[in-house]
Design a protein around this ligand. Structure first.
Ligand code: ZN
Length: 604
């Protein structure tokens, strides 16, 4: 049977339409309010025998696929795929037109899930503890609604059940990080259990991910191996924790008005700030502020204030911020709060005044670091002076630019503060840069040998760690190929015709190459930006980013590519020869051996 036919037969039109709008039986058909015009009386008819719908008022008419197309505003193939998924039909043998689930349908699923969690929190008796918990945190009902908070009950199959009843595609819920797949047999389980749910929304207010805070009273915490306190959606096609800002949708307007965005560390910090009328406040998702964040907020604000507790969120946070500051055109400042209080505690204990004051007194991140370093080393004489300048220069050495106005200003400031000559500082900076490049290479090698890299800051959620496929180190020419392709998307077209995937032996690099080839095949620009939406692997993305930068330093990428291609050809020839040799060794037939040797000779 034709696939489309099969999909239609597996999706009864009454079930499907009934999952979108309310239908009631009326004789041999079902009636409801038409979703395609402003219907006052039920004009919409669904006929189960003919598997058709028809609106008597606006004339809408069609089959089950047409309905989904019209309702979801998607193309035929997408609608067909949605229904195939719903019915558990795999489309794997029909990859002529590989359809990713559309962004629209993913957002629909997220919106649906958010509504389930929210209703659970606001309406159900089982959420009593969660409501009490939020009350104790002094969050008002208004805040809870503004941020769309929800509750996931303490069960393995609560959302699974809701999804089944609503006819939501379970595998899409899995893709979006809400379901896990059971190990034995078929079926799914809820990933979020006994947690307060914080929907993570993009700039436009669309839910793209969820953060979950386990209830302090949860029986799960009594287990030998208790789950993490915070748990975020894993990386999904909609959500990457390294570029989301919690609260950005509701902070956007106030931030634009203030020309400034304040970044705190926790969900409840954000909520409490808004509750106290300080609305230009967001949080990162447990990662340090990075260039991808900046890209998102650059057109909203010119100034960003990082809010740290008195213990300053560790030096790492500051150093990362400083690296961002040096390389980006942005006014980046640091605010510290009084003694050991986080924003949430400070705000609920003392109201908005001291918090606002801290934001106003924020100092620029470079000055902040310089003051701290200097305060620590100033009593240590010459040695202290050297250490202080090294600490500052090490951070500057991370910047891509050799020399810029900003860099010159900063060198000038260090020189003044530490009473050193600028020349000395420039010279030292060059040394540190060189050392850093070597260290970067060593890091890449470590990664390729499967050893841990320089530790990254640990994410709030536990699931960020993905097991990468690893094996022997990548051959230098494989690495170089990827560097060139990542730096110049136009080379991907050539490579996809000239180098096959299995010619790249390193599994990590092959995954990246595969991603690039797919993008190219789909007519998209095969670059890092697009790759980012596809690769759910932070490590690989980091590596890709580094390789991209490496590739950008290659002045003549065309000829470098030709050279690399030559290496691949050599490899190919060597392999073919080896195969022939093996055949010669394996054959017992004298004549055949002679023939093979002749071919081998030709190849030489
Ligand atoms: Zn109608």
């Amino acid at each position: 049977m034709a696939l489309t036919q099969r999909i239609k037969e597996a999706n009864d039109i009454v079930d499907v339409v009934g999952s979108y709008i309310n239908l009631r039986p009326a004789g041999p058909t079902f009636k409801g309010l038409c979703p395609f015009h402003d219907d006052q009386r039920p004009s919409f008819d669904v006929d189960p025998r003919r598997q058709r719908y028809k609106c008597w008022a606006c004339g809408a008419y069609g089959d089950v696929i047409k309905f989904v197309q019209e309702f979801e505003h998607i193309e035929f193939l997408e609608a067909r795929e949605l229904l195939a998924r719903r019915a558990g039909i795999t489309l794997e043998n029909h990859k002529k037109n590989p359809q990713e689930p559309s962004r629209a349908s993913m957002l629909d699923v997220m919106r649906w899930a958010q509504a389930q969690f929210q209703e659970s929190l606001l309406e159900t008796p089982q959420a009593e503890t969660a409501r009490k918990y939020l009350g104790e945190r002094r969050l008002t009902g208004e805040s809870v609604r503004k941020f769309g908070l929800g509750y996931a009950p303490d069960a393995w199959d609560w959302l699974v059940g809701q999804a089944m009843n609503a006819g939501m595609p379970a595998d899409l819920l899995e893709t979006l990080g809400l379901f896990g797949k059971k190990n034995e047999g078929r079926g799914y389980y809820d990933r979020f259990r006994d947690r307060v749910i914080f929907p993570i929304r993009d700039l436009r207010g669309q839910t793209v991910g969820f953060g979950g805070r386990i209830l302090p009273t949860s029986p799960q915490l009594q287990r030998d191996n208790p789950p993490p306190k915070y748990y975020n959606s894993a990386e999904t096609p909609l959500f990457s924790k390294s570029d989301q800002l919690y609260g950005i949708d509701v902070a956007r307007e106030a931030a634009t008005k203030a020309g400034c965005l304040a970044i705190v560390e926790g969900y409840t910090d954000v909520m409490m700030a808004h509750q106290h009328g300080v609305c230009h406040v967001v949080a990162t998702m447990g990662t340090a502020l990075n260039a991808r964040h900046i890209k998102k907020i650059r057109n909203l604000v010119q100034r960003v204030v990082l809010v740290f507790d008195a213990d300053a969120g560790g030096e790492t946070g500051i150093d990362r911020a400083l690296e961002v500051f040096v390389s980006q055109d942005l006014d980046l400042r640091v605010a510290t709060l009084p003694e050991g209080l986080d924003p949430c505690d400070l705000l609920s204990a003392q109201g908005p005044a001291p918090f606002r004051e801290a934001l106003e007194q924020a100092v620029d991140v470079f000055e902040y670091k310089l003051q701290r370093v200097w305060a620590r080393e100033t009593s240590q004489g010459l040695e202290g002076q050297r250490r202080a300048s090294d600490q500052m220069l090490t951070i500057l050495a991370a910047t891509p630019q050799e020399r810029s106005v900003k860099l010159e200003l900063m060198i000038n400031r260090i020189a003044h503060r530490l009473n050193l000559k600028e020349e000395t500082l420039w010279k030292r900076l060059r040394e540190l840069r060189e050392r850093r490049t070597d260290a970067g290479r060593a890091d890449t090698d470590r990664w390729e040998r499967g050893q841990p890299l320089t530790p990254a800051p640990s994410p709030q959620g536990g699931e960020g760690r993905l097991a990468e496929e690893r094996s022997a180190p990548a051959a230098p020419y494989e690495r170089e190929l990827l560097e060139l392709l990542l730096a110049d998307a136009s080379l991907v077209a050539r490579a996809s015709a000239e180098v096959t995937l299995d010619e790249v032996e390193h599994p990590g690099l092959r995954t990246i190459l595969d991603g690039l080839y797919r993008l190219h095949a789909e007519g998209l620009t095969a670059d890092l930006d697009h790759l980012h939406g596809r690769l759910n692997n932070e490590r690989l993305l980091d590596w890709a980013l580094r390789s991209h930068d490496q590739g950008m330093q290659q002045p003549d990428r065309q000829s470098a590519y030709a050279k690399v291609l030559g290496r691949f050809r050599e490899k190919r020839d060597a392999r073919r020869k080896q195969e022939l040799k093996n055949q010669v060794l394996a054959t017992s037939d004298h004549d055949e051996a002679i023939a093979l040797l002749a071919r081998l000779k030709q190849n030489n």
